[in-house]
Design a protein around this ligand. Structure first.
Ligand SMILES: Nc1ncnc2c1ncn2[C@@H]1O[C@H](COP(=O)(O)OP(=O)(O)OP(=O)(O)O)[C@@H](O)[C@H]1O
Ligand SMILES: [Mg+2]
Length: 416
């Protein structure tokens, strides 16, 4: 691991002036004295960030939180209003769709144009040209003007150029979301390949479920401010909390061992938030000490205690591997199941069964969630993230996440 700092941003702010009406914009241009009437808008305020060579950093936040602004500043396309920016190494940036591409030019002309912007000579681009076109898989369209391309084709070519110019810093703003899933897979594996050679990745995305598989550090921006810098999982959790605006309730559970004396699991959530109008108090399973046999059934009983009424109730469950990969997630709302309202000062038992819990041996985490769907608005009531730790045992030696149980037969001398 190298600790060479390749991006060093200190106290960076970007301010835009805003105008209440187009007429005011004009007046402001014409008459100096009107200037004070309009305000300033901070797209980024006092952001400091150091990134070492080879790090993979995600940037997340709501629409308008300043992500693209920060990327553009790192890429050197935008100058900050104040603060210092030091970026070391060749930067290849995939910013808003097709920036740097001229729609009137053919794909081929754009490859040369773009390559030159990234600092390659004509000869160097010629040398890589076939590789770039092959990777993009756009075939003969390379000789068509890019204005005839679909957005996916556009991204394929732009990405292909960006990764073939030997970037030391690769900046990707959402762009990959446009490609189909097969191309995305190919891009991520190319990114990994570059990263193994020391390329630093800065990646903006709204696809939070997979974030931890792509980056090893994440930054949360909120209204232009850096709110969190740390593990991707923590950043995503903070993001959800910010979005819902509901503070974390630290209050620990009462001892409920008298209710469920045996097989009651120790709930040790990594994160807990919600209104707490109702609480998931305890969980018991059909295996002792949180152990389950692969391929057998897993039954869960949850004790829920409501302090207040909860209507439009939603119950959700998520199963993750120890490394944070989502194995399964679902909730009653998406399954079209309507639950009864919870009534204040009552307790409830929820029962849940996975008929065939076909996971490979290992440690898994269950997150359990109660919420309330108020029209378009989802309000977390008790979200207990990674609350239950399950150990799956199995007799066979297969590896991976789930046992797909293939049936294999071999026939000698088959005619095709
Ligand atoms: N040229 C500009 N003039 C005025 N305001 C701007 C300009 N560019 C960006 N902004 C404002 O700065 C804020 C941050 O914009 P930015 O594009 O960085 O957000 P973002 O986090 O990338 O959002 P998204 O998720 O929608 O892509 C927004 O409120 C936007 O309106
Ligand atoms: Mg953006």
């Amino acid at each position: 691991m190298s600790y060479e700092v390749v991006i060093d941003i200190h106290d960076v702010s970007k301010t835009y002036r805003y105008f209440n009406t187009p007429a005011e914009r004009l007046k402001q241009l014409l008459f100096k004295r009107n200037r004070e009437k309009n305000g300033y808008f901070s797209a980024l305020s006092k952001v400091s960030l150091k990134v070492s060579k080879g790090e993979k950093v995600g940037i997340i936040g709501r629409n308008g939180s300043g992500k693209s602004t920060l990327l553009q500043i790192i890429a050197g396309i935008l100058t900050p209003s104040s603060g210092n920016v030091h970026v070391k190494g060749r930067v290849a940036a995939l910013l808003e769709l097709g920036s740097g591409f001229n729609p009137e030019f053919t794909g081929k002309e754009n490859v040369f144009l773009n390559g030159a912007i990234f600092g390659l000579t004509h000869e160097q681009i010629e040398e890589k040209f076939d590789e770039i076109v092959n990777f993009s898989e756009i075939g003969d369209f390379i000789n068509q003007p890019v204005k005839t391309y679909s957005s996916g084709m556009f991204v394929r070519l732009a990405f292909s150029v960006a990764v073939h110019v030997n970037p030391e810093i690769l900046i990707v703003d959402e762009a990959l979301a446009v490609g189909d899933v097969f191309f995305q897979r190919k891009c991520f594996s190319k990114i990994d390949e570059l990263n193994r050679d020391g390329c630093t990745l800065i990646y903006v995305t709204h696809e939070l479920a997979n974030l931890k598989q792509v980056v090893n550090r994440a930054i949360l921006l909120d209204k232009g401010e850096l709110k969190f810098d740390g593990s991707p999982v923590d950043a995503v959790n903070k993001f959800y909390k910010n979005v819902y605006g509901i503070p974390l309730h630290e209050k620990k559970l009462d001892d409920v061992s008298d209710v469920y004396p045996s097989n009651s699991l120790h709930l040790k959530d990594r994160e807990r938030y919600g209104t707490q109008f109702a609480q998931i108090e305890s969980v018991i399973i059909n295996g002792a000490d949180g152990t389950v046999w692969s391929g057998k059934s897993l039954k869960l009983k949850l004790l829920i205690r409501a302090k207040d009424n909860v209507d439009f109730l939603v119950f959700g469950i998520r199963v993750k591997t120890k490394t944070g990969i989502d194995v399964f997630a679902s909730n009653t709302r998406d399954e079209g199941i309507i639950l009864d309202d919870l009534v204040a000062d009552s307790s409830y038992e929820f029962q849940l069964e996975f008929e065939n819990f076909n996971l490979i041996a290992g440690e898994y985490f269950l997150s359990l969630a109660l919420g309330s769907q108020q029209g378009d608005n989802y309000i977390p009531v008790d979200h207990r993230i990674d609350a239950v730790n399950l150990k799956v045992l199995q007799a066979e030696k297969s590896t991976g996440i789930t046992n797909l149980q293939p049936k294999i037969s071999i026939t000698k001398g088959a005619s095709i």
